[in-house]
Design a protein around this ligand. Structure first.
Ligand SMILES: C[S@@+](CC[C@H](N)C(=O)[O-])C[C@H]1O[C@@H](n2cnc3c(N)ncnc32)[C@H](O)[C@@H]1O
Length: 453
């Protein structure tokens, strides 16, 4: 045990040295948790990313090792309060109100008066989060934003939101994301047990929670659900930027394609990945397909980002349900980003068959999705080398490696009875639809390239 503790401490110590080095090489110092978030070139720096990952993996394992297990369970079992508290401070504009106080912070009575939350509730909720390093309590009952909470600011002023409540989350991707989890995510996960006991009774836990037989996308279209729909779109918009654009640029490899070859972004939402590709490969043509509200939002997105592309017809925004025959035949590439994980195997297979039916023998299918990994060493895996992961860390680096993927896996289960898949599961799914898996590139979002089998 002492050996394991020493190894974890050593991983943390050398990780911190490497992190300091990565920052000092760029003439920067490691940001303080107390400061508000400022983007930095170090956010995407490979050395800094590696160092952070190892520190977090080892620190989490160290905490689980040394903390009294009863305390760990008490904390973990109640982490729904983190979700609920984050949702509340976003929905009631608390982060935005606190911003006005700058580094001096704002007294809870003032935040309460502006947000309409009872000061006693608010003080406890903010203290609960500050105790977990989200917000800072500067003096008793005076709170300021920190590096984490400041990321939840909205882009609309409170006056603009009052004038158009439905636009509350426009342009505020993380605020929208947090609010979505605290509402749709939290409510749906409360129904896991009922769904598992009677899987024929509903399509997913979401359907039990919201008393609907509709898939979430169709439910979004029902009257009264406009904010849900708009918030989800906001939480996805710009997500092309959340992953290094290199993933999409090298995943499609447009330099190998001919002028005017067609690339189809199937279920592309506003088409944020297509925009990345359009900028990297201006010699290609693009079709962004989705359902009606998303295509409406896409119109505005492209008007703001590359209006000429739509006017010239180089980028087409197309209404298309991917369970119906694919209208774009013989495209060079059909790609699906974070789509396949939304669906159980039978539906995922139907989507891929529709693409295979439209494809030519030279068409490629590219899936960008998270790759599920085992927490233990997997001797048959081609995508992770065990030597990269120092002992005694988990093979998937725990929360630092597979944390987000396992989170999204649980969300996919909650919302759609969907799932994140392993490499083998993707290969089998492709084969069942007539696609042969040719290449897998792991990463924060894996790229799986299939050829027409
Ligand atoms: C998780 S989002 C991914 C969006 C986009 N690919 C991206 O990565 O930004 C799933 C998308 O699938 C779309 N979608 C759901 N059902 C669909 C269907 N039957 N036909 C076409 N698009 C659909 C949704 O509207 C949503 O935009």
């Amino acid at each position: 045990m002492a050996d394991a503790l020493d190894s974890l401490v050593n991983i943390i110590a050398s990780g911190v040295e490497n992190l300091k080095l990565a920052y000092s090489e760029k003439g920067e110092s490691i940001p303080s948790l107390d400061d508000t978030f400022l983007p930095s070139a170090l956010d995407d720096n490979a050395k800094a990313i590696d160092a952070r990952r190892l520190i977090v993996a080892a620190a989490a394992q160290l905490l689980s090792t040394v903390r009294f297990p009863v305390e760990t369970l008490q904390e973990r079992a109640s982490e729904l309060h983190v979700t609920a508290a984050l949702g509340l401070v976003v929905d009631f504009d608390v982060v935005d109100i606190i911003k006005e106080g700058g580094v001096k912070g704002v007294h809870v009575n003032e935040i309460a008066a502006q947000s309409g939350i009872d000061p006693s509730h608010l003080a406890r909720i903010l203290r609960y989060l500050a105790t977990r390093h989200i917000f800072r309590e500067i003096t008793p009952n005076v709170f300021a934003n920190n590096r984490i909470s400041s990321l939840l600011l909205k882009t609309k002023t409170r006056e603009e939101v009052k004038a158009e409540p439905i636009a509350k989350f426009d342009g505020a991707q993380l605020a929208a994301y947090v609010s979505f989890w605290a509402d749709t995510g939290l409510k749906s996960s409360a129904h896991w047990a009922s769904f598992i006991q009677n899987p024929e009774g509903a399509s997913a836990p979401f359907n039990i929670a919201f008393g609907t037989t509709a898939k979430m996308w169709d439910w979004f279209k029902e009257p009264g659900n406009e904010l849900h729909s708009r918030r989800f779109i906001a939480s996805m918009a710009g997500s092309g930027d959340r992953f290094p654009s290199e993933i999409f640029v090298s995943g499609i490899d447009g330099n190998l394609l001919n002028k005017d070859d067609i690339v189809v972004d199937v279920g592309g939402n506003v088409g944020s990945v297509a925009l990345v590709l359009f900028k990297a490969y201006p010699h290609l043509r693009y079709v962004v397909q989705d359902l009606d509200r998303q295509i409406e939002a896409a119109q505005e997105y492209w008007n703001n980002n590359a209006p000429e592309a739509v006017v010239s017809g180089q980028v087409q925004l197309q209404l298309h349900d991917f369970f119906t025959p694919q209208p774009v035949k013989n495209a060079a590439i059909y790609f699906l980003r974070t789509i396949v994980h939304d669906w159980p195997d039978t539906d995922a297979k139907r989507i891929l068959i529709n693409l295979r039916d439209a494809a030519s023998s030279s068409s490629k299918l590219v899936i960008f999705d998270r790759l599920a990994t085992y927490s233990c060493h997997n001797p048959s895996s081609h995508t992770t080398s065990p030597s990269e992961v120092p002992s005694p860390l988990l093979s998937n680096l725990g929360i630092a490696g597979a944390g987000f993927t396992t989170n999204i896996d649980m969300l996919m289960f909650s919302l759609f009875n969907g799932k994140e898949r392993t490499e083998v599961e993707f290969k089998e799914l492709g084969e069942a639809a007539g696609w042969k898996l040719e290449k897998v590139t792991p990463g924060p979002l894996a790229t799986l390239v299939f050829s027409a089998a």
